[in-house]
Each structure stands twice: as structure tokens, then as C-alpha cells.
Design a protein around this ligand. Structure first.
Ligand code: B16
Ligand code: MG
Length: 213
């Protein structure tokens, strides 16, 4: 039986993908690299550094490690300016209700995000206090699709992987959860997330009852 839930952040609890896009787009435009919203899909769940490498690989220019560090800093500063405007109203539909249902059932809750800004986003959206533990991009060396981020979450919760259920919106995240030996609810498009144990389009009206047996 499931005793704990691990949530991904971006795309599951809050939709920050468009803010990441806006910040990356500014960098790409400056470098004359074409970057569309469709390209941005590939960056979901991918770490900041790997995201930059993917964008730069679409261009032809070479960048030194120092130049890349500067680009990463610029991107994050622009992203933080946008992120600082988010609030409670940006929490995705069904999320608070689901978390409260989990709390009522005495289930443990952890975050499993690739983002280094995860704590700030949870604070700004008023979700921080719900979490027993937070595992973010500052704590894990191997990014998704490696299982590390979720395995660390299970360990902190004092649960075995088979007792944890993960919520993920990204393909790399679904793969990470499965590699950790956990069941996973894919939140989003079936075509993209079909590997997941269950797939739902969003969390509106979602009740944990049917998924924890
Ligand atoms: P940051 P998640 C991921 O968060 C995002 O999906 C991904 O687009 C982003 O590049 C990554 O976090 C790193 O974020 O730049 O804030 O450290 O979906 O794993 O919660
Ligand atoms: Mg995500």
C-alpha cells in the first residue's frame, strides 16, 4: 500500500514552464538561436544546465564553461523576476484539495523537483507548510531520468519505494520514478506519458482513493 506521495513541482503543482520559456527565449534570441514553445517541451524536468546545453546545441557557436555560467546566471535572474510575481492563485487546479485529502489520510508528502528554486516557489504559492520533506535540484547530483531525486525522497520519508506514489508531468520524471521502483501518476498528455502507471490530464477532481490500494 501507498504511504507517501512525492510531487514534482513545475507542471504538477504550479505551471512555471511558461516562465522558464520566457527566460530561455530571451537568451536564445540574443544568441540568434531559434527556440519555440515546442522546443521548450523538451526542457521539462531537465536541469538548468542540461537545458542550456540543449538550446546551445541548436546553434553553431562554441561557448566556454565561463560563458555558459554567465548565461545560466542571466537566465535565472530573468526567471526569478518572473517567478517573484506568482502567488496562491497560480497553484494548479485540484492540487490543494488533493494535498488536503492526503493529509487527512495521514500520508507523508515530499517534493521531488529538479528546480533549484523549488523552495521559493512553494513559499510564494503557500504550499510550503504542507511538505514533510523537500528534495530539490540543489540536493541531487544525478538529474532525472536518474531515480536519485525520488529515492532520496523515499528515504527521508522513511518509506520503501514501493510505498511511494509519484506525480510527474515530464517524460524524464516518469522514467525517474519507474527507475526508482515507484508507481507514478503522469499528469498531462497520454501520448507523452504513456509509460506511467496511470495517466490523468490534470488533477482537477482527482481523488487518491482509487490509486493507493
Ligand atoms: P531551475 P521540475 C524543472 O522542475 C523544470 O521542469 C525544468 O524546466 C527546469 O529547467 C528545472 O526544473 C530546473 O529549474 O532553473 O529553477 O533550477 O519539473 O523537476 O519541478
Ligand atoms: Mg515537472
Amino acid at each position: 500500500t501507498i504511504k507517501g506521495v512525492i510531487f514534482d513541482l513545475d507542471g504538477v503543482l504550479v505551471d512555471t514552464a511558461c516562465l522558464h520559456y520566457e527566460a530561455w527565449k530571451k537568451i536564445a534570441d540574443k544568441l540568434n538561436i531559434s527556440f519555440s514553445e515546442k522546443d521548450n517541451e523538451k526542457l521539462k524536468g531537465v536541469s538548468r544546465k542540461d537545458s542550456l546545453d540543449i538550446i546551445l546545441s541548436q546553434g553553431t557557436e562554441y561557448f566556454s564553461e565561463g560563458e555558459k555560467s554567465q548565461l545560466l546566471l542571466n537566465k535565472n535572474n530573468d526567471y526569478l523576476t518572473l517567478v517573484n510575481q506568482i502567488n496562491k492563485n497560480d497553484v494548479l487546479g485540484g492540487v490543494v484539495k488533493l494535498i488536503e485529502e492526503l493529509k487527512c489520510k495521514g500520508m507523508k508528502i515530499s517534493l521531488g523537483s529538479a528546480s533549484k528554486n523549488a523552495r521559493l516557489i512553494l513559499e510564494l504559492t503557500g504550499l510550503y507548510h504542507y511538505f514533510d520533506y523537500i528534495v530539490d535540484g540543489n540536493m541531487v547530483v544525478k538529474a532525472k531520468p536518474a531515480p536519485d531525486v525520488f529515492l532520496m525522497g523515499a528515504e527521508l520519508l522513511g518509506l520503501s519505494p514501493s510505498e511511494c506514489l509519484v506525480f510527474e508531468d515530464a517524460q524524464s520524471g516518469v522514467q525517474a520514478a519507474l527507475a526508482a521502483g515507484m508507481k507514478v501518476v503522469g499528469v498531462g498528455e497520454y501520448a507523452l506519458l504513456h509509460q506511467a502507471t496511470f495517466v490523468v490530464p490534470n488533477l482537477i477532481g482527482f481523488s487518491i482513493e482509487d490509486y493507493i490500494k
